[in-house]
Design a protein around this ligand. Sequence first.
Ligand SMILES: *[C@@H]1O[C@H](CO)[C@@H](O)[C@H](O)[C@H]1NC(C)=O
Ligand SMILES: *[C@@H]1O[C@H](CO)[C@@H](O)[C@H](O)[C@H]1NC(C)=O
Ligand SMILES: *[C@@H]1O[C@H](CO)[C@@H](O)[C@H](O)[C@H]1NC(C)=O
Length: 575
Amino acid sequence: MPVANSAASAVSGSLPKWQLALAVGAPVALGLGYMYYKNSSQGKSKGPGKANGTATDKQISIDGDSPGKNSRADKLETPAARAQRYKAQGNQAFIARKYDDAILYYNKAIEACPLENKDELAKIYQNRAAAYDALEKFTAVKEDCTKALELNPKYTKALIRRAKVLEKNNELELALEDVTAACILERFTNQSALLTADRVLKQLGKQHAQELMTTKKPVMPSKHFIKTYFSSFRNDPVLSVEAIDSMDKYAGPGLTNAVEAFKGEKYDDIISICTAEIEKSDIDVPDKMKLLLLRGTFYLLLGQHEKAMDDLDAVISDKNESASREVRVNALIKRATMHMQLENPSQCFKDFERALATDPDCGDIYHHRGQVNLLLENVNEAREDSEKALKLNPQFGIAYAQKCYTDYRHAAMSRMPSLVESAMENFEKSFELFPDCCECYTLYAQMLCDAQSYERADEYFAKAIDKDPKNATIYVHRGLLQLQWCGNVVKAMEYINKALELDDKCEFGYETLGTIEVQRGNLKEAIKLFDKALSLARTGLELTHIFSLQDAAKAQLKIGERLGADFMFGISGMS
Ligand SMILES: *[C@@H]1O[C@H](CO)[C@@H](O)[C@H](O)[C@H]1NC(C)=O
Ligand SMILES: *[C@@H]1O[C@H](CO)[C@@H](O)[C@H](O)[C@H]1NC(C)=O
Ligand SMILES: *[C@@H]1O[C@H](CO)[C@@H](O)[C@H](O)[C@H]1NC(C)=O
């Protein structure tokens, strides 16, 4: 994904475009989640599905026979016929909104109905549940739905009704099971079921994420990730060559230790080194600010947002302004992207504004804001930002690639073939201008993917791998391309496994592999892979996203047990 390389990318976990939209607001990814998305978004574009209210909902929510049938009492009436007659009377009362009367008729119908007429009896229970629903007697609704489902486990209406009650009671896992079963039974065409599933998945994901956030152990990202993260800043005021050169002259020993550890890739030591120095009473104040920035950055990389916030705040809000302008601007950019990770875009943009007020000529600000804008699909703004970023840092290959990519996205959006062509041509120049910039190749490949030139996209992912052979993310993207291009699961898994070999902390790899296992019906394996991804995720948003995938897989597994494996077979796949 284009926006990888910044803290903002940690939000999306470097999702490909068609998954990205899902991470920011819309329903979740591939697999079952993908089916939800595909169908509910198609449905939404057709028109207002929800608008036609609950009145009709209630009317169609009972199961009856054509009116008139069996309505005459018959002396020789069989118990089955009598049950039907009572049910029909119940339905009439229901339609007249006389719900208490309806319940009385349904009671009689249930009493009369022979036990072996399971489907019919299930219908009556379901209808009585509908009447209880109208009266908001939810415990009774749940009980009647359960009886209906004991009689007919594949009864969609009862499943959806019970799911909604379970949702109200915050019994979200059970709600998800029911509604997932309904979705599968209706082959993902029932809007009401899809919307409920989507809502429950999001709520459940959020709830699980919040629970895990309080107990989760922070994990340091891979060395490669950390290096790329820092390389996304053209001017790092603590670690850049210039900063280190001048430090030899001015800095106290405190900062030197931290920078040495950084240069030696001893990332796990950085926080404790910084803390030890910061707490010394005789520390040079500008050095202290740099150490706070560095420590805050590592807290951010660890996903320890509160601690990161404290350090960055201390740098930004220092009344004495003892931090240099570069240090303050860098802290503001990082705090901005952290606000984004915490799902607070308005604070994020405020910090970018503040950074620009502090130093309007800092390309890094535009570069990172451009990534956030791209993430939010604000293509026009992203394009303006990346243009300015490049103007201010014309030698920055990543900025060049990002500008080309946003130009392309903009051209594609406005459906102007000539613009698309010129964007592509400009992009090709990047290979001469910045022959060693891996971003140029991956973004070019991403663009080719968007344009469905899969074969060429693959070629350029291969070139990107040549440039940066340790980058696991590119392998995952190449694997995803295999799926999009020709559904080659075996090849896709090969690439992704290679990614995990290179970087066993590649959360995106585990998540993607898990999704593929869902497709293949290996739900238990998928759940394990999602667990692994969860242990590596750094933000609430990432956790919510992965939990939604995992919860969907768990629900599918349960339903398989409930309704039989053959019921699931062949339905869960995307093909
Ligand atoms: C969806 O399912 C509910 C409950 O079974 C049903 O009342 C409704 O008519 C269905 N909607 C569609 C569009 O099939
Ligand atoms: C790997 O490559 C992608 C695409 O160029 C880039 O965005 C990312 O930052 C790189 N590094 C890591 C650790 O993913
Ligand atoms: C700001 O400067 C004053 C006077 O030099 C000093 O006493 C105070 O501790 C400084 N504050 C910070 C946060 O460094």
